[in-house]
Design a protein around this ligand. Structure first.
Ligand code: PXG
Length: 465
């Protein structure tokens, strides 16, 4: 068999891919018929595909390439670490220098007394850890029945049995026997879609109070923890009303419910601070991290936990861990990534330069006939496509029809902008420049114009009854 290289014809690469590679969250047969887009290289905020087309990646991969593509420093650190110590585990009373250094750094960066890290290979694994850790925490404190975790509909926490159960994605729950027992979901603070006639402030408060209602129904002695993303990502970049998080914090404090902030997307600068918890002014007991921890260059995730949680867990043998918990190469790469974020003041660039610039351009998209609202926090934004801005109506067509059309136009216009239903979302690399933001917005507008034309031509500008 010939070696497979970048220089093979695209169709040949697509044929072999279709024959042997099963893609996540994909209808395999449909993709095989169409052929997957083959990405061959990337630099800065741009991807290059096998046809040589340069595409502006306004999703930073899958919300993770915070420092942008093509940073040789990370490759060099990985190579050095592989030569020195490519692998050793952190089980059986051993440790190594990269994991020691990364742990110290994360403890320094994380807010409050979040000073202890349990490592995983991904966000899903880290949330599985959290689920077992909070239940073990309460069992150790003599409350084994305090084992229910409350989460939110349309939240995303991963796709393993545990993390997929914590998430509130019905598509995930519908396959493979999820959710597992003792996970309880409450509604999300999605004002645009679900707020009806309420003001965003009243609605945010009402949705936070759903947590209190659930705790009272289940019983305070049954509820171990509440898990949520500071800003929902995969659910459609849903920014909660300002009233939401303070009320959630009050309720968690009042009933002794551990607060888990899933920072897998929000962490490491995405919202303009190191962590989304700082932007939303909350005090979690545990933060889930992954993605931006290594800017996606290598798989690594973890749970950053408070002194109190660590004290209780460390007093017992926590029968939990992964072969790659604290992998030395991943730890070394993550540490180098954090060094770059810090020394190059990338979060300052977000906060003071590019996020304010992007916000202005992004919010101006509401002048487009298809765009109802535009929401953005730091470098994660969304726009709602609607046939009627005044009523915030959904389209009469099946949810996601128009969003998908828009995403396809974006692809054709060399822009990766995703759709979640009929919301379009962006999460570009944090290092994007104002000039590159101009290109992003220009391509987004062109794609919206083309989508609007097609929507009108097909008679789809109709509100659902
Ligand atoms: N928590 C959050 C908040 C996430 O966004 C995970 C946990 C799980 O991480 P891993 O590393 O196990 O994938 C995620 C992942 C999408 C999409 O379509 C989003 C994610 C993953 C895959 C697709 O937006 N987020």
């Amino acid at each position: 068999m010939p070696a497979i290289t970048n220089h093979m014809p695209t169709e040949e690469l697509q044929r072999i891919d279709a024959a042997h590679h099963m893609h996540p969250f994909t209808t395999g047969d449909e993709l095989s018929a169409k052929g997957a887009r083959v990405i061959t290289r990337a630099k800065g905020v741009y991807l290059t595909d096998s046809e040589g087309i340069e595409i502006l990646d306004a999703m930073a991969g899958l919300w993770c390439v915070n420092i942008g593509y093509g940073r040789d420093e990370l490759a060099d650190v990985a190579a050095r670490q592989m030569k020195e110590l490519p692998y050793y585990n952190t089980f059986f009373q051993t440790t190594h220098v990269p994991v020691i250094a990364l742990s110290q750094k994360l403890a320094e960066l994380a807010p409050g007394d979040l000073n202890h890290i349990f490592y995983a290979g991904s966000g899903s694994e880290a949330n599985d850890t959290n689920l077992r850790m909070v239940r073990t925490y309460w069992a150790q404190k003599g409350k084994p029945d305090k084992n229910v975790v409350i989460a939110r509909w349309n939240g995303y926490h991963g796709s393993s049995m545990g993390s997929g159960s914590l998430g509130g994605m019905v598509g995930i729950h519908s396959q493979g026997g999820l959710p597992i027992p003792n996970i309880h979901h409450i509604p999300q603070p999605h004002w645009w879609a679900e707020g009806g006639d309420m003001s965003p402030e009243d609605f945010g408060l009402a949705r936070a109070q759903e947590l209190e209602k659930a705790i009272l129904e289940l019983g305070e002695d049954r509820v171990a923890a509440f898990i949520a993303e500071p800003v929902q990502g995969a659910g459609g970049v849903i920014v909660p009303p300002a009233t939401y998080w303070p009320e959630i914090q009050r309720i968690c404090d009042k009933y002794g419910v551990l607060l888990i902030a899933d920072e897998v997307i929000c962490g490491f600068g995405r919202t303009g601070n190191w962590f989304g918890s700082q932007t939303m002014d909350i005090r979690p007991d545990i933060m889930t991290v992954a993605k931006g921890l290594s800017s996606g260059y290598i798989p690594i995730g973890g749970s950053i936990v408070s002194d109190e949680v660590a004290k209780v867990i460390n007093a017992c043998e926590f029968n939990h861990g992964y072969t790659y918990s604290g992998h030395p190469v991943a730890a070394a790469v993550a540490l180098e990534n954090l060094r770059i974020i810090e020394e190059e003041n990338i979060i300052g660039h977000v906060r003071d330069v590019v996020a304010p610039y992007l916000k202005e351009k992004w919010e101006a998209l509401t002048d487009h006939p298809l765009v109802g609202e535009a929401r953005i926090v730091g470098m994660m934004g969304s726009i709602a496509l609607t046939p009627n801005k005044a009523t915030r109506a959904a389209f009469a067509s099946e949810a996601g029809t128009v969003g998908y059309m828009c995403r396809e136009r974006c692809f054709a216009n060399a822009l990766v902008m995703r759709h979640v239903g009929d919301r379009m979302i962006i999460s570009p690399p944090l290092v994007i420049t104002p000039a590159e933001v101009d290109i992003l917005i220009e391509r987004a507008r062109k794609s919206l114009d083309e989508t609007y034309e097609a929507v009108m031509a097909k008679g789809l500008m109709q509100a659902a009854a």
